[in-house]
Design a protein around this ligand. Structure first.
Ligand code: NAD
Length: 320
């Protein structure tokens, strides 16, 4: 029998890419999104315009208790993919209360509702930012993550903790996925790769933070989506689940190398606006994905050069 799956934040970058790949033979899909104005609503409208007609889009806010209770009274949900959040390290420094409200209170509400409505499977978007400035690399799920260096990271770590508590108290099955810098078609416009392509084609300067040695484990969206889908299969087939999994590419590249690769692909040169390192920025993200490989057969396939090539094609077709 088909399962009812709810994707919170489904109009966003990762959610909309996930929904395109979920098999409609197995799932009735429900989407909740409040179309927040962190970036252009037009982009989110475009994301949902390609959804199959059977997908039910419900506009609303996960921090609105009445809205959520009404939704769950009307629809019997089997699995929740919880992606809705205020995302980004730097914006979280300006709006710490907003980030805590959406990310922590919003997640707490979803968990409370699950308990009250007898729903017991949830996959939650966490982030590599929880590793802060840990020195040991690659980052492993067993590493200490008690030292987040941004409010955003602190909210993600808090969600890992409260979801553990709900697992312990009420037997909810939970997987927290720590995504590592996701990029690809539809990427959020506030994130580096998208911003860099935009600026290079517009011949506008890019802000280049630090000396270019900071490294990121850029992970292509299709690999992340495959990781989420494999996690859904795992959580459907298992009970008494509480897992935290890294979903990365395991191949960090420096900011300097990234910009050089983009120059090569676009056959253009950046204008650099050199800036000091930003508060909250970590020096490296680097995933150990052994656990995800073993548990859910996660196996990222797209290397950075191929991913940037695909991003460039998408960008030229959609933005130029
Ligand atoms: P996104 O901003 O594109 O998507 C998030 C969606 O959530 C948006 O459509 C937004 O309108 C919606 N939303 C925000 N607040 C809401 C609320 N109160 N109620 C209902 N909907 C709300 O971001 P994304 O890049 O697709 O990220 C998805 C998830 O993955 C987030 O939880 C983010 O923190 C996490 N994550 C993303 C990355 C990345 O590199 N993109 C890395 C690590 C973790």
């Amino acid at each position: 029998m088909k399962k009812n799956i709810l994707v919170t934040g489904g109009a966003g970058f990762i959610g909309s890419n996930l929904i395109q790949k979920l098999d409609l033979n197995f799932f009735n899909i429900f989407v909740v999104d409040n179309f927040d104005n962190f970036y252009s609503i037009k982009i989110k409208k475009k994301n949902i315009s390609t959804f199959d007609k059977s997908i039910q889009l419900i506009t609303g806010d996960i921090t609105d208790t009445t809205f959520l209770r009404d939704l769950f009274s009307k629809h019997k949900i089997d699995i929740i993919i919880h992606l809705a959040a205020k995302a980004g390290v730097r914006p979280s420094l300006i709006d710490s209360q907003g980030f805590f409200n959406t990310n922590v209170f919003g997640t707490l509400q979803i968990l409370e509702i699950m308990k009250d409505f007898g729903i017991n499977k949830i996959i939650i978007a966490s982030s590599s930012s929880v590793y802060g400035n840990n020195v040991k690399v690659p980052y492993c799920e067993t590493d200490n993550v008690d030292n987040p260096i941004s409010i955003y990271a602190a909210t993600k770590k808090t969600c890992e903790l409260i979801s553990y508590t709900f697992h312990q108290l009420y037997n909810l099955d939970v997987i927290n996925l720590r995504f590592f810098t996701v990029y690809g078609p539809g990427q959020r416009p506030d994130l580096a790769i998208h911003k860099f392509f935009k600026k290079i084609y517009l011949n506008e300067p890019i802000d280049f933070y630090g000396n270019g040695d900071t490294k990121r484990d850029y992970t292509f969206i299709d690999d992340i989506v495959d990781g989420i889908i494999n996690s859904i299969k795992y959580i459907q087939n298992n009970n008494d689940v509480y897992e935290i999994l890294n979903l990365g590419n395991t191949n960090p590249i420096s900011l300097k190398d990234l910009t050089q690769k983009i120059e090569k692909i676009t056959e253009k040169n950046f204008i650099y606006n050199y800036m000091p390192m930003q508060l909250g920025d970590v020096s490296i993200t680097y995933s150990d994905i052994t656990k995800a490989k073993n548990l859910i057969n996660y196996s990222p396939k797209i290397a950075i050069d191929q991913g940037l090539y695909m991003f460039n094609n998408w960008f030229k077709n959609n933005n130029l």
